[in-house]
Write a protein that binds this ligand. Structure first.
Ligand code: ADP
Ligand code: MG
Length: 675
């Protein structure tokens, strides 16, 4: 018996070497193999005539070999084989290089399908160089085209898959329950796989794809629900008394209406007896922290602990500084734990958390380490901007007994994606900025303007403001410190020799970073040269200028996040994008930032131009990679899969019913992959 989990060596024609090549494509088992779908299909659909055949594009010609191929050696030892094909209308020359077998494969009078491009030789005559050829029986059939790897061509992959499908047919287990197949008129798994790999026509491709996309999205959505079907779960953690009025007295400002609304939405969740599971979405600077703090205050006053997890050390420290200060004259005990917290301190903090001597803890991933335990964790907040995986979020929640959870995100995302990434979270939106914000002026200039920009920065600093200078990236994703160090030294010695220039980069020890940030916050550092480590959440209201070098190397969403560091106080702020990029696409992206400050529009633009893959890279959103579904374009199927998943979960929250056994198996497999 063939087991789908067994390796490829069970297949004819696959030895250890081939198996190794397949592994480069992520194919290790027979299951992987039959689930390795074609990227597209090639139809051998011949053009009407050779006479009218277009040039310079891949086409198929049906023609008769007009004379026996003849091979000659050309200077340098290369073999060149020539022949021609004709139809009723015209003829075209065929040229092959270094192929000793052509003579034997093509015979005068053979009628075949030829696939390739027509080009002109140096005399202006039409020719096809090294076309592929196929028997007439393949006319109008669809040939699957697979992603290839060196040494393993699509054709060979197709052969092996064909072989495997034949072998597994008797053992192939259905993955969708019967009731779904019937209700939604979906083909069985075996015929689906046959149709996706070796379709007879386009309709078969469509039918197979529909089932596979549906299945993939359904399982994913079920997995998301099961990870946190906490939504409808009763919790012992109840917030019976509200202390929001007391909290308001701690704040140096009045809350906006949308902040107030979000706080009451959260509190009514927390009062309901069911665990809160909510997403707080709001552009940079919209004041999410003040909302989070209201919940922290309320939960502490009701006798529970809370935890706030942030993606970076710098951001954790910033939150710590802000919130410790805010809770200064209350009895709320605040602590921080990060990767750089010393062993001894860590031990003490863990001890206190366990005993309930800390009410509120802030931290990085360090919070989800195994030995971090709480006495009575009631509220979990993640401040994330897509940096935490689903799994990490739920890991933190596991440290309590069904705690309330709040996810804060500054990156607006289209609804369909939000439904998938954030599953069944309720959503609160901060769509109004706190008052008194003056819009940021954004300009785009080329590097000839450097002196003028430096002078402008001096002027701002002279009148008491501060500036960020975001360092050039050497290459995309290169966070190397060398350019940052060099650049800051150059500025300190040159343009800004009479000013205090500081440097911040990702490889500094966090104590160093902390010191620098503190100095910038205190105004001691006037100009902060930095790599993109400042992207997330740093808050210095006195900073009014941001200069971004090589702006074209950043994504627009990232630039928008960076820009969100300024314009936080009562003074007019300026964002200067420096770029010498000439290409239209780069210029257009930067223009988008100049023209709009609406984070949601910018995110849409980013999605359209760079695609979801880039924007929500696998690691960023924590979802597994899709094999066939496209979250952006398969929206119809996505909606229906989401609806059906919801129905299933409503009736059978843990997929324990007999009819859902198959679904549970697939969901468990997927969750394993997501770990
Ligand atoms: P984000 O949503 O990006 O996390 P923050 O919570 O950091 O935004 O808030 C941005 C800035 O706005 C902070 O300096 C904060 O103190 C200030 N702020 C927040 N809410 C208000 C408000 N209602 N009125 C005035 N300033 C506010
Ligand atoms: Mg924030």
């Amino acid at each position: 018996m063939i087991d789908l989990n067994s390796g490829l060596q069970f297949l004819k024609g696959v030895g250890p070497k081939r198996a190794e090549l397949f592994s480069h494509l992520g194919i290790f088992s027979i299951e992987d193999l039959i689930r390795f779908y074609p990227r597209k299909y090639r139809t051998l659909h011949p053009v009407d005539s050779i006479f009218d055949a277009p040039e310079d594009e891949n086409i198929c010609i049906k023609g008769i070999v007009s004379y026996p191929p003849s091979t000659t050696k050309i200077p340098g030892g290369k073999l060149i084989t020539k022949t021609a094909i004709t139809d009723m209308t015209n003829s075209v020359d065929l040229v092959f290089f270094n192929n000793r077998y052509i003579d034997k494969m093509l015979n005068e009078g053979d009628e075949l399908l030829f696939f390739g491009k027509i080009t002109r030789d140096k005399w202006g005559l039409r020719q096809m160089i090294s076309p592929q050829f196929f028997p007439l029986s393949m006319e109008n059939t669809l040939e699957p085209i697979y992603p290839q790897t060196a040494g393993l061509q699509s054709k060979n992959i197709a052969k092996v898959i064909h072989n495997a499908l034949g072998l597994v047919k008797p053992y192939l287990e259905e993955t969708l329950p019967d009731y779904l197949l019937k209700k939604y008129k979906l083909p069985s798994l075996y015929s689906t796989l046959k149709m996706i790999h070796f379709p007879n026509n386009e309709a078969e491709v469509a039918a197979a794809r529909r089932r596979l996309v549906f299945e993939e999205l359904l399982i994913l959505q079920l997995a998301m629900f099961s990870l946190r079907n906490i939504k409808s779960i009763k919790t012992p953690i109840k917030v019976d008394y509200f202390f929001t009025d007391e909290y308001l007295n701690l704040l140096p400002f009045k809350l906006t209406n949308v902040q107030k609304r979000s706080i009451s939405e959260c509190l009514s969740d927390m009062q309901s007896g069911k665990a809160m599971n909510r997403l707080l979405q709001g552009d940079v600077g919209s004041g999410k922290t003040a909302v989070a703090a209201a919940l922290i205050y309320n939960i502490a006053k009701n006798g529970y602990q809370s935890a706030l997890m942030a993606p970076t050390e710098v951001l954790s420290r910033q939150h710590f500084a802000t919130l410790k200060n805010l809770f200064e004259n209350t009895d709320i005990r605040v602590e921080i734990i990060t990767g750089s917290t010393g062993q001894k301190d860590k031990r003490i903090i863990k001890e206190k958390l366990k005993n309930g001597e800390i009410d509120f803890i802030i931290g990085t991933h360090a919070l989800i380490q195994k030995d971090v335990e709480f006495k009575n964790l009631g509220l979990v907040i993640t401040d994330e901007q897509h940096r935490f995986g689903v799994k990490q979020r739920s890991d933190l929640a596991q440290k309590g007994d069904r705690p309330h959870t709040l996810v804060m995100s500054a990156t607006p995302i289209p609804r369909t994606l939000a439904l998938m990434i954030y599953g069944d979270l309720d959503i609160s939106i901060l769509d109004e900025l706190p008052p008194g914000r003056i819009p940021i002026d954004t300009v785009k200039v080329d590097s000839r303007y450097h002196n003028r920009i430096y002078n402008f920065i001096k002027k701002e600093v002279d009148s008491g403001r501060q500036a960020y200078i975001v360092c050039p990236l050497v290459e995309e994703g290169d966070y190397d410190i060398t350019p940052a160090v060099g650049y800051s030294q150059m500025l300190q010695k040159g343009a800004f020799k009479n000013y205090n220039v500081g440097l911040l980069h990702g490889r500094m020890k966090s104590a160093e970073k902390d010191e620098i940030m503190q100095k910038f916050y205190d105004g001691e550092i006037q100009i902060l040269v930095s790599t993109v480590v400042i992207e997330v959440g740093i808050d210095v209201p006195n900073a009014t200028v941001m200069l971004i070098e090589n702006a074209e190397r950043f994504g627009v969403s990232q630039l928008h996040q960076l820009r969100g560091r300024i314009g936080r106080g009562g003074e007019k702020s300026y964002c200067i994008l420096v770029s010498d990029a000439q290409n239209k696409e780069a210029c257009e992206r930067l223009e988008t930032l100049v023209k709009t400050s609406d984070g949601f529009k910018i995110a849409e633009y980013d999605l359209q131009t760079r695609g979801p893959g880039d924007f929500f890279g696998h690691r960023q959103h924590g979802l597994p990679e899709m094999k066939i579904a496209d979250l952006m374009s398969d929206t119809k199927i996505l909606y229906s899969a989401q609806g059906i998943a919801e129905e299933i979960i409503k009736k059978d929250a843990f997929l324990k019913n007999k009819e859902n056994v198959l679904l549970r198996k697939s969901v468990e497999n997927l969750l394993k992959k997501m770990e």
